[in-house]
Structure formats: structure tokens, C-alpha cells
Design a protein around this ligand. Structure first.
Ligand code: UD1
Ligand code: CA
Length: 451
């Protein structure tokens, strides 16, 4: 059989009570983005011709997230959470307008991969009416069981609560994803009843209905990692762990050295070049891009930063959104950089805050330098030219401009622009009283004896 255009329907109307959260379950994050966004991105990558989402009434934040990820998505409301078959039926207008295959995914099963969706489609192309995704979890409690006959056909999916003792011994479980190649999916779903332990309309009962039409259901098997459903905070953490494991191996396969992989944390969009070395305990929030040959020493935290070729970072460096670290630049311990560009070869090796600024190529920012960017109301910009030397413990009070090649003496509070190649100093003149310390010690020693 042939390839058909695909409608992918993502179900997200469940209440998610087991999360005990004010946030809708599918907006909880894995690798820095919502579970819903993970599933929608996978659906898009799999080449869905049409994308639909089913939400419950009042899930405005879920709708907004879906539109942000997939602007063309059609969103439907399921009035009562009467089960997965009922949820798919909420998308009836999309189903009826579509000519081709339909795949149903759960928004609470975020780690499913494109290759697996392709396997479901392949099963349809090989002649199945339904392809059902199965997996063998270490602990099957709570999952529906795939009942497979001697010819490798799925004859039913039995929910845990409805399963007999013998059926509960079946290890192949329902991952939730199902693909359909049937003439009238909406008509088929409308025939499903709710005579089960929960009194819900189960999508999985479509298997029996198609069997009555002479169509067969084939199982497609994936790993437990992919099929993991998130219903609780513990399962959320377990899914996060799987995500991190995948991200670490992807990075290493792409030529990144992780000296302690288990301690490095990635986001979904972390991008790292070749021959980058990352020491233990490094956290990549969203929006981090690292070019080739960068070295990141231990204990760094970064969000929204680009680090260019050959830079050396850390230990204990912190980057916040809008940081841009030039080629060959050095950023050392306890340096925080936000919305600031360090140009090629610039250095800030210890104890500094650089916010809302440019630091020109080859400039050196001394220990304890603070870019005073905030006056309590507004943020202001600091422009430091190329080849500037900023001594230790300098405050640069923005808005301010330091010309190329200027030299700022240690301890100065600089609040006026400095010309190129000038020395700027702001200090009270040093006073010296000869012999004062010796006299002071003698006097204090006498008083101590008298007591
Ligand atoms: C479901 C499956 C079970 C499978 C497990 C895998 C059914 C009947 N059960 O159980 O076989 O092993 O997932 O994780 O399919 N939803 C709606 N509307 C509803 C009910 C659910 O949109 O009325 C959505 C939920 O938001 C969720 C998905 O459907 O994304 C699954 O619902 P959930 O209640 O989590 O089902 P499980 O009990 O986990
Ligand atoms: Ca679930």
C-alpha cells in the first residue's frame, strides 16, 4: 500500500490530578520545554499534514503553548473527560475533513520518537487497519495490556483495572499511540461503549470494532524509555532522566567530551560544536549555543548564551540571557554576564558582573569589577572599547563609554566617559603617617597591662 497524508491528533484533555499542580500536566517541562511541545515537535518532524489538539474547557495556557509551537494546529474542546475515544471524537471536524491516515498521540507521553511514528505508519502500509504501540515496562501496573494472538494480531487492549489475572501477566503494554487506516474513523469511534471499570469510552476498544469489519491490528514495539507516560511528579523526573541520558549520548556522539556525563544537564535546544570539553556539574538552560573547541570547566550555569570558538569558561561562571562570548575569550570564576557581548579575546577572569554592555576585543576586566547597569528604575548600557584595562574593584556607572586603549585605575567609581588611551582614576589621595602604627601598638599594649 501507499503513503497517505497524515492527521496527528494529540490528546491533552485529561485532568492530570496525580501531578497535584495548578499547572496543566502537559505544560510541565522536560529538558526546558513542555511535554506538549515535545510531542507537537515530534509530530511536525514526522511530517503531519494536519495537526489537531484536544483540550479540556479552560485550558487557555495549553492552547497558547500549542499555537506557539505549531501555529497551524486545530484545537478542539472535549466537554467531559469521558475517555480517550470520546477525546478523539472531539476532533471530529478534523477527522471528517481529512483524507488519509490518522495517528493519535498522548501529550503525557513526551519521549516518543519520529522513527517510532514511522514504524506505526509502516504497519498501516503493510496492511493493518490499526497499528498499536506496545512496550515492555519493568513494572506493568496501571498500563493497558496488548493481547496478541498466535498470528501476531492484537485482538484487544485490556486496561489494568479490567484485566483478568492471566491478562495481567502479559508484559506487552499499551504505550497509547495508535495509528488508523480506516474508512470512517469517527463512525467507528462512535460505536465504542463504556462498559468497563472506569465507565469511560476507551480508544483501545476500536480494535474490537475494526476486527468486526475484517481489519486487523498489528503491534509495533518500542522501548520503555520512549513509551513512558507521565502521570506524577516521580514519573516526570524519570522522563527527565531519560531525556538527559539521550541528550548526553547525542552530544558525545557529535564530538563533545563530557568528563562526568551524569552531572551535565541539557535543554532541548542546547547546541554544542566539536571538540568541546565539559567538566562536571554544568547546567545548560534554554538557548545555549557553543561553538567548536570551547572548554567549560566545572560548575557553570548558563541560559541564553552564545560561546564562540576557542573560548575558555569557568569554573563557576554564570551566563544569563543575551550573553555573547567572543572567540578565544576567557571568563573565570564567579563572573556573571547578562545581555553583554565580550568581543574576541576579552578576559574577565574573576569576580565580576558585566550586564548590558559591550567589552571590546582584547580588553581585560579586573577582579571585582562591577558594571552598574541599573539605577533602580532603568537599565543602562556600558560600552568598553578594545584593548581597555579595567583595574580591580572598579565600578562603571552606566550609561558610560570607555574609549579604546583606556586604562582605569583600581578601585575607581567611573561615572563619566573616558577618552581613548587615557588613564582614569577616581580615588582620594593616599595619606601616610610615618611611625603611626608602631606608636599605636605601644599605646594599646600599655592599656592592656593596666586592665
Ligand atoms: C492510557 C491507556 C493505557 C496505556 C497508558 C499509557 C486508554 C484507555 N488507556 O492510560 O492503555 O497503557 O495510557 O500511558 O487509552 N485524555 C483526554 N480525555 C479523556 C481522557 C484522557 O484527552 O477523557 C488524554 C489525557 O490527557 C492523556 C491521554 O488521553 O494525554 C491518556 O489519558 P490517561 O488518563 O493519562 O490514561 P492512562 O490511565 O494513563
Ligand atoms: Ca497517562
Amino acid at each position: 500500500m501507499t503513503t497517505q497524508p497524515h492527521l496527528i491528533i494529540v490528546l491533552a484533555a485529561g485532568k492530570g490530578v496525580r501531578m497535584r499542580s495548578d499547572l496543566p500536566k502537559v505544560l510541565h517541562r522536560i529538558g526546558g520545554r513542555s511535554m506538549l511541545a515535545h510531542v507537537l515537535a515530534t509530530a511536525q518532524e514526522a511530517g503531519a499534514a494536519r495537526l489537531a489538539l484536544v483540550v479540556a474547557p479552560g485550558m487557555e495556557a495549553v492552547r497558547a503553548e500549542a499555537k506557539a509551537v505549531a501555529p497551524g494546529i486545530e484545537i478542539f474542546e472535549q466537554t467531559n473527560q469521558a475517555g480517550t475515544a470520546n477525546a478523539v471524537l472531539a476532533a471530529r471536524p478534523a477527522i471528517e475533513a481529512h483524507r488519509g491516515d490518522v495517528t493519535v498521540l498522548f501529550a503525557d507521553t513526551p519521549l516518543i520518537e519520529v522513527a517510532t511514528l514511522r514504524k506505526l505508519t509502516a504497519a498501516l502500509e503493510a496492511g493493518a487497519g490499526i497499528a498499536a504501540l506496545g512496550f515492555e515496562p519493568a513494572d506493568a501496573t496501571g498500563y493497558g495490556r496488548l493481547i496478541v494472538d498466535g498470528d501476531g494480531r492484537v485482538t484487544a487492549i485490556r486496561e489494568h483495572a479490567d484485566a483478568s489475572e492471566a491478562e495481567r501477566r502479559v508484559r506487552l503494554c499499551n504505550a497509547g499511540a495508535m495509528a488508523f487506516r480506516v474508512a470512517d474513523l469517527a463512525g467507528l469511534l462512535a460505536r465504542i461503549g463504556n462498559a468497563n471499570a472506569k465507565g469511560e469510552y476507551y480508544l483501545t476498544d476500536a480494535i474490537a470494532v475494526v476486527a468486526g469489519q475484517g481489519l486487523i491490528t498489528r503491534p509495533v514495539v518500542c522501548t520503555e524509555d520512549e513509551a513512558m507516560g507521565v502521570n506524577s511528579r516521580e514519573q516526570l523526573a524519570a522522563a527527565e532522566a531519560v531525556f538527559q541520558r539521550r541528550a548526553r549520548s547525542r552530544a558525545m556522539q557529535a564530538g563533545v567530551t563530557l568528563t562526568a556525563p551524569d552531572t551535565v544537564w541539557f535543554s532541548f535546544d542546547t547546541s554544542i560544536g566539536r571538540d568541546v570539553t565539559i567538566e562536571p556539574n554544568v547546567f545548560f538552560g534554554t538557548g545555549v549555543a557553543i561553538e567548536d573547541n570551547v572548554e567549560i570547566l566545572a560548575n557553570c550555569h548558563m541560559v541564553g548564551v552564545r560561546i564562540r570558538k576557542g573560548a575558555r569558561i569557568g569554573p563557576f561562571a554564570r551566563f544569563r540571557p543575551g550573553a555573547d562570548i567572543g572567540a578565544g575569550a576567557h571568563v573565570g570564576n564567579f563572573v556573571e554576564i547578562k545581555n553583554a557581548k565580550l568581543e574576541e579575546g576579552a578576559k574577565a577572569n574573576h569576580l565580576a558582573y558585566i550586564g548590558d554592555a559591550r567589552v571590546g576585543g582584547g580588553s581585560n576586566i579586573g577582579a571585582g569589577a562591577i558594571f552598574c547597569n541599573y539605577d533602580g528604575f532603568n537599565k543602562h548600557f556600558t560600552d568598553v572599547g578594545a584593548g581597555v584595562f579595567v583595574g580591580s574593584n572598579v565600578s562603571l556607572v552606566a550609561p558610560i563609554k570607555i574609549g579604546d586603549g583606556a586604562y582605569i585605575g583600581s578601585g575607581s567609581v567611573i561615572s563619566k566617559n573616558v577618552d581613548p588611551d587615557a588613564l582614569a582614576l577616581e580615588r582620594a589621595p593616599q595619606e601616610q603617617r610615618p611611625g603611626w602604627a608602631a606608636k599605636f601598638r605601644t599605646m594599646m599594649g600599655r592599656r592592656k597591662k593596666q586592665r
